[in-house]
Write a protein that binds this ligand. Sequence first.
Ligand code: SF4
Length: 367
Amino acid sequence: MNVADSERIKSLLLRDGYQETAEPEEANLIILNTCAVRKHAEDKALARLNSLKHYKRKNPNLIIGLFGCIPSLYGEKLFREFPHLNILCGPKGIGKIDFLLDKAKNGEKAAALDEKDGFFDDRCLSAGKNKEALLPIMQGCDNFCSYCVVPYTRGRERSKPSSQIIEELRNLAGQGVKEITLLGQNVNSYGKGLAEKIDFAGLLKLVSKIKDLEKIKFMTSHPEDISQNLLEVIASGKKIEKRLHLPVQSGSDFILKRMNRGYSAADYKRIVQKAREFIPEISISTDIIVGFPGEKEEDFQQTLKLLREICFDSIYAFKYSNRPKTAAGGFKEQVSEEEKERRLQEVFKVYRERVKRTKEALVPGAF
Ligand code: SF4
């Protein structure tokens, strides 16, 4: 989603006559588009912002903008902490970029942090070099997983009307785009709150009809919202990639409940089994968080058990990161950094062993 936002910012600037440069010394405008989902990403972005002071000293007319979830989370106090900053813009404010730049050029501090704008017009998006494009079909999230900052930075869930999505996709296809990735924090709940009666399976069917598109990908799916109808559409759609990114986060029911994920480990296994029955060639990837507050050794062992049982095609594993505004930020029983690191390495080890065993089983004559 962050990459898609960066593409959108770039497209708007190119439309306004800006040109790209790889040399910060040559730039009149530098925008950092930030992610706040983990503390580490935030620290890196703010360190980078600090280092831009140097360019501002050399070129006092340089405009520096901080975009994305960090401004949305911390607001205008960032102007005080980083006086060389001219613009603050949250993910919902990108459509106001012209207004923000005009203000900044007049020497004013400009901010768009709490924009209520429904949906952006992505017709300005341009085709990537490889005939691929990312298209957000929805914004925000209503799930409020207890560790996640997204509902506070990107706001509540809003779906883009299907007619707008189709028009934007036709426009991209007209520019030569062959492969599209439909994006949302939880694409499976697409359509909730729209006046039209449509769900994600219905949208995939509509998108499949666009003649010049050859491949349709999507991410991310929440396990709770995977319907049989959706699996059938994925199975039968010739252009639809047979891949599900299905974050499980933990194998412990106790931890899943504390995370407010809305499913148990057994529910998750059933969903994976069903997906593999319907679509035998499906590739399934997942996200795992280790060291969530209150995660005891026995909870962690449940996660390893799940990893041994389900052979994922890929995993993304992270140490829990305490985020402001989230419910889990206030939970007691935080796990030490040292222990989180040990668990993270253990997850990768078990995953590698599982993949190795599966590959060996595929070698002819191995048995
Ligand atoms: S589903 Fe949970 S983890 Fe994913 S964006 Fe929504 S709140 Fe965050």
